[in-house]
Design a protein around this ligand. Structure first.
Ligand SMILES: Nc1ncnc2c1ncn2[C@@H]1O[C@H](COP(=O)(O)OP(=O)(O)OP(=O)(O)O)[C@@H](O)[C@H]1O
Ligand SMILES: N[C@@H](CCO)C(=O)O
Length: 314
């Protein structure tokens, strides 16, 4: 349950007095999410999400994420506007934590997406890439190839306790990726974590793209590979759902056609995306953060996906 910090009603009322939001009517903790504390706030005029940033975010990077959300929302994407107070500040302090009031967007995160929903997510990602191209401030991907190498070295044989043979398989794939990782494909601002739980939908319409705290500057086609690895497979399956896989590409390319080089690199990019989530999940699996509230996610589905993309590459 992602409410690590309680906010007394009096403190919240004082906080909201900085904004043109009207008086507080209700505040409820939101169970979903694991990184931050989130509350659904209702005032006389609107609904908001209040996020209190907890340990897992480097606060020095927060202005980059907030400005990106604002840039994308201003461009008309279904990205929540960070709300500014009367003095123009979006980043605030509340009960000793850094906090931000964010526009509430309607919709729900689907747990078992249909192919049509996967298509809509693909198209939304391409729109994000086009609109993000004019957000020129760069942020390197802290969870790219060199992180995968460091993380795999650190986890070492621990990976074999998740599944025998996993350490050797990861090491072998990393060698291939280090030798062939594409460097010259189109790049720009990417979300880097557009899983179904970070997309709000009403039916087949995307109503919200959220959780920008892994966004960075990287290959657009890598971001598509992340989305593919997250949306195109059944929960524990090793082969993609073909309708979903096709729909993701169709949706994406209806907005931003891929180059031949981006397509050709897809099996490698899919391996990179699978490794990213395999390794971060394995880290939490083997050494759960002392913060017992952090939910562990099973790394193995991403080992299966890694094997799938490796077969495509073979
Ligand atoms: N702008 C928004 N409008 C409506 N609901 C939102 C909004 N932002 C977040 N939510 C809701 O809050 C939940 C938690 O948000 P989020 O996924 O960003 O949490 P987190 O802890 O920051 O991230 P993580 O998923 O990385 O743990 C979402 O699943 C969604 O239900
Ligand atoms: N979306 C990620 C969590 C954020 O890194 C996962 O499912 O492992």
């Amino acid at each position: 349950m992602a409410v690590y910090t309680e906010v007394p009603a009096e403190a919240l009322e004082q906080f909201l007095a900085r904004y043109e939001s009207g008086a507080l009517l209700s505040a409820k903790g939101i169970a979903e999410g694991v990184s931050n504390s989130n509350f659904l706030i209702e005032t006389e005029t609107a609904r908001y999400i209040l996020t209190l940033y907890e340990k897992r975010i480097d606060l020095g990077e927060l202005p980059w994420f907030i400005a990106l959300m604002e840039h994308l929302a201003d461009a008309g994407l279904p990205v929540p506007h960070p709300i500014r107070d009367r003095e123009g500040a979006a980043i605030q302090q509340l009960v000793g934590k850094t906090a931000c009031l964010i526009q509430y967007l309607p919709g729900v995160s689907v747990s078992v997406p249909t192919a049509a929903q996967a298509r809509a997510a693909g198209a939304a990602l391409a729109r994000l890439h086009l609109a993000g191209a004019s957000y020129t401030a760069e942020r390197p991907n802290a969870l790219g190839l060199s992180h995968w190498q460091a993380s795999a070295a650190e986890l070492g044989a621990g990976l074999d306790s998740i599944e025998p043979g996993l350490a050797a398989f990861v090491a072998e794939r990393l060698e291939t990726l280090a030798a062939h990782w594409p460097r010259n494909l189109p790049r720009g601002t990417v979300h880097a974590d557009l899983f179904p739980d970070n997309v709000l939908m009403l039916g087949e319409t995307v109503t919200g793209l959220i959780d920008f705290y892994f966004a960075c500057t990287d290959l657009y086609a890598y971001d598509l590979a992340v989305l593919h690895a997250a949306w195109a497979f059944p929960k524990d399956g090793c082969a993609p759902l073909m309708d979903h896989a096709r729909a993701i590409f169709e949706g994406y390319e209806s907005v931003r056609p891929l180059s031949a080089a981006e397509r050709a690199a897809f099996p490698l990019l899919g391996q990179g995306a699978s490794l990213r989530f395999l390794l971060t999940r394995a880290q939490d699996w083997l050494a759960p953060p002392s913060d017992a509230l952090v939910q562990r996610k099973d790394p193995l589905p991403f080992a299966r996906r890694l094997a799938h993309y490796a077969r495509l590459d073979g």
